[in-house]
Design a protein around this ligand. Structure first.
Ligand SMILES: [Zn+2]
Length: 338
């Protein structure tokens, strides 16, 4: 099974608070890098290459030189740069799928032209910002000669590719454009309701990632895509004034790389390598749609591990603890009554 490590490389713009490139792309904190440099260092330590989907339109805010340097540095080190489109830097609508076909074609043409100028070669793949692609996005890509899209996350509301009834994790093809999904899995299923998660180093535990990879491999999925961001190992406050390193997420990524490299049937490739392999032998990547399931045990384990990260985790742990506490109190009450 092939594993593709993808890093959405971008700053964030939440409620008008735009984070600096030094912090959320390079991750410079205390004289160390916790951003793309560190990600490349780690990948190289395990002898693998990664794909960086770079938000090229940020060049309209930070200047072309700043984003060009990011792309050129990644390419200089032998990693893969592909096109990531967050149109809010150019227009007033944040999602690519909010635009009509004509404007999507123009936006993708512009992104392609920027990368081609900076790197001396055109991108072969695209990921829409916030996975916000639709059927027109695939048409716009085709008309721009980009025949591989990596925007599909089936359960994400902003991703409109679900309307095409594409498989969740299997590679598919729509009118000549290949869709390579970001691998997702079901963490809990209650009746018909499924709770989805992305295979994301930031959000999942190492145990979940290992479980999903092993299940995908055992059930015959030919390729799995793992997600990170350039700021996966950086945390910051709401105001964007204080930044600190997330050593636990860094350790998770290292553990995942170590695990993958130790598996004889798993091989890390880049998106560009996938495009080449697919073109040469497409049937090799046609498979059943495999949707891994992690279940209560691993979900509770994550909630405990990341207890302080969200109220949801705290609520889940409290919910799980309630029957045990009730049984304990009941047991103690019975004991002392005797
Ligand atoms: Zn993005």
């Amino acid at each position: 099974m092939y594993i593709i490590i993808t890093i959405d490389t971008e700053v964030t713009n939440r409620q008008g608070c735009i984070t600096p490139i030094e912090k959320t792309i390079y991750g410079e904190i205390g004289g160390q890098s916790y951003g793309i440099t560190r990600i490349m260092d780690l990948c190289e330590a395990f002898n693998v290459k990664a794909t960086f989907f770079v938000d090229v339109f940020a060049s309209h805010y930070f200047g072309e030189d700043a984003i060009r340097q990011v792309c050129q540095e990644i390419q200089r080190r032998g990693h893969d740069v592909q096109l990531h489109t967050h149109p809010h830097w150019l227009d007033n609508k944040p999602n690519l799928c909010d635009y009509d076909l004509q404007r999507q074609m123009e936006l993708i043409a512009h992104g392609k032209a920027l990368l081609t100028r900076w790197l001396g070669k055109p991108p072969v793949a695209h990921r829409a910002g916030a996975f916000a692609a639709n059927a027109d996005t695939l048409t716009a890509l085709k008309r721009n000669g980009i025949l591989l899209d990596c925007s599909q996350f089936v359960a994400y509301p902003r991703c409109k590719l679900g309307k095409l009834s594409l498989p969740v994790n299997a590679v598919s093809e729509v009118d000549g454009v290949v869709e390579l999904p970001v691998t997702s899995f079901v963490e809990l299923q209650i009746g018909r309701r499924r709770k989805w998660r992305l295979l994301d180093v930031d959000a999942d535990t190492v145990a979940e990632i290992k479980h999903v990879l092993c299940q995908a491999q055992r059930r015959g999925l030919p390729v799995v895509t793992l997600l990170l961001h350039s700021f996966s190992f950086v945390n910051w406050n709401k105001e964007g004034t204080r930044f600190w390193a997330d050593h636990s997420d860094l350790a998770k990524f290292e553990a995942v790389l170590r695990f993958v490299r130790a598996q004889p049937h798993m091989e890390v490739i880049t998106v560009a390598e996938f495009a080449r392999l697919y073109r040469a032998e497409p049937e090799r990547f046609h498979s059943e749609d495999v949707v891994p399931y992690t279940g209560w045990g691993l979900t509770l384990w994550r909630a405990c591990r990341q207890f302080n990260k969200s109220r949801k985790n705290q609520a889940l742990v409290a919910l799980a603890a309630t029957p045990f506490m009730a049984a304990l109190i009941y047991g103690l009450a019975c004991y002392f009554r005797q």
